[in-house]
Structures are given as structure tokens and as C-alpha cells.
Design a protein around this ligand. Structure first.
Ligand SMILES: CC(=O)[C@@H](O)COP(=O)(O)O
Ligand SMILES: [Mg+2]
Ligand SMILES: [Mg+2]
Length: 247
């Protein structure tokens, strides 16, 4: 089954999935809500390779959460992207103060572990924070992910430095079998869409009450801005269909 037939022949029972995949193939923003029993957050999500400084401004102004890039587990391993929790755990062996902050079982009330890796800037940025510069860092993460997955022996450190202003998220090795955050949900959609599995995610926050924007208000926002809104379970079900596809 060649990659192209997987995508052209795949039509999902859930029309929202078909619309989301089309949007992502066209480099457009969508929304992903994880679940009522997890973070209960909706993220704006867009393919890293397609990001412009206007998309960074959009996420910064309208969503307001952390602008992160979720990277496919295969590429994460090739690029040797560590989990931040592992770095701190290792460092705590020689630094007493760090011992207290190491992520432990149960720290996250909604998941077994966080997906945060390192925070980076592309080496062509100056400070790394302006929208133009974060967009460059994000696009370059998409490009190096694509090069790595196509077998180019790229070295992440040649192009990026840490610490920086874009948080990398390392998707779980077994993807949705292991973890169902926006990190894995967005990468699963990228695989299904046949695009580079490096995906920008940014939580939507509520200016009125200081909480995460509710699912209802997130859906309302999506309707007003013509965005496809997907819930995690819809993606999980479609991904199962995709992995079992015989085109
Ligand atoms: C951007 C986020 O929500 C951050 O928590 C990472 O995503 P998740 O834990 O949902 O995979
Ligand atoms: Mg989160
Ligand atoms: Mg999340």
C-alpha cells in the first residue's frame, strides 16, 4: 500500500475528519479538544511547515496559551529530542535542588507524563520571541522533521539552540496507544493527512474567567472563524480506521 493511496482512498465516516485532513493538507488551522476527562482544553492546531508570523500572532492573540510544536515519535528519536523530565531527572543526580522538582508519577492529574521536550530557537533568530522569529523556528522544525523522516542524516544542534522560545513536544512512542494529548492527536492527524508530522498546538484561554476556553465557547469561536473542531475520541476512532486501511 503506497502512501499516496492511503490518503486518496481514505474517506472517513466522520465528515469532520475528512474536512480536518483537507484543511491540514492546505496548511490551515483547525481546533482539537482533548477530552472532558483529560485537560478539557481546546488547542488551535496548524502544520509547522505552513506557519507564518500571522499564524503566530493569531495563536498569541486569540488562543493565548503556549505555542508548542509536537513532533512525531520516529522523528523525535532520530533527532534525539529528550523529554524535559528525563533531563531534569538526570541533572538531579548531581544537583540537590532539582531533586524536588523532578516530574513524578501522579504529578499530572490528567495523564501519566508530560510531553515537553526542550525549548529551542533557530540559529538564524536573534532573540527568538518576535512573531517573525518564532514562525521561522517553527517552520524550520517542520523542515528538519521532514528531512529526518526522509532519511537525511540531519543534526538538530546544527540548526537550533536551547533554551529558546518554542517548546518542543515529543509524541509518545506508541502514539495514541500510549497518550491522547494534543501532542499525539495532532501528530496522528498529520500521519493520516500525509503531511510532515510536526504540528503547532496552542491552548485557547478565556480572557473573562482566567480558565481554559470552554468546549462550547471554543466551538463557537470555530464556527465564527470557519475552523474544523475535532474531539480527541473522533481522532482516535479515525486513526484506528486509518491504521487498518487496505487501499
Ligand atoms: C499544548 C499543550 O496542551 C501541552 O500540554 C502539551 O499537550 P498535551 O499534554 O495535551 O499533549
Ligand atoms: Mg497542556
Ligand atoms: Mg493539551
Amino acid at each position: 500500500m503506497s502512501e499516496s493511496t492511503t490518503y486518496e482512498c481514505m474517506k472517513y465516516r466522520n465528515e469532520g475528519i475528512n474536512r480536518a485532513l483537507e484543511a491540514l493538507r492546505n496548511g490551515k488551522m483547525i481546533q482539537i479538544y482533548d477530552s472532558d476527562t483529560r485537560e478539557g482544553e481546546t488547542d488551535l492546531v496548524i502544520p509547522a511547515k505552513a506557519v507564518t508570523y500571522k499564524d503566530v500572532k493569531w495563536m498569541r492573540k486569540d488562543a493565548g496559551g503556549l505555542i508548542c510544536v509536537a513532533v512525531d515519535p520516529v522523528a523525535s528519536k532520530q533527532l534525539r529530542l529528550p523529554l524535559m523530565a528525563d533531563i531534569v531527572r538526570e541533572a538531579s543526580k548531581t544537583s540537590e535542588s532539582l531533586g524536588d522538582v523532578v516530574e513524578k508519577d501522579g504529578d499530572l492529574k490528567y495523564d501519566s507524563h508530560s510531553s515537553f521536550s526542550i525549548w529551542v530557537n533557530h540559529r538564524d533568530t536573534r532573540t527568538g520571541i518576535p512573531d517573525l522569529e518564532r514562525a521561522l523556528t517553527i517552520r524550520k522544525i517542520g523542515e528538519i522533521t521532514e528531512k529526518s523522516l526522509s532519511g537525511d542524516g540531519v543534526r538538530f544542534g546544527n540548526e537550533f539552540r536551547t533554551p529558546g522560545h518554542v517548546a518542543l513536544l515529543r509524541a509518545a512512542e506508541r502514539l495514541l496507544d500510549e497518550r491522547m494529548g494534543q501532542t499525539e492527536l495532532s501528530v496522528a492527524l498529520a500521519r493520516m493527512a500525509g503531511i510532515t508530522p510536526a504540528m503547532v498546538v496552542c491552548e485557547m484561554l478565556d480572557d473573562e474567567n482566567g480558565k481554559a476556553l470552554s468546549k462550547e465557547n471554543s466551538k463557537e469561536y470555530g464556527k465564527e472563524h470557519g475552523l474544523v473542531f475535532l474531539e480527541g475520541q473522533e481522532i482516535v476512532e479515525a486513526y484506528l480506521q486509518w491504521t487498518g486501511a487496505r487501499c
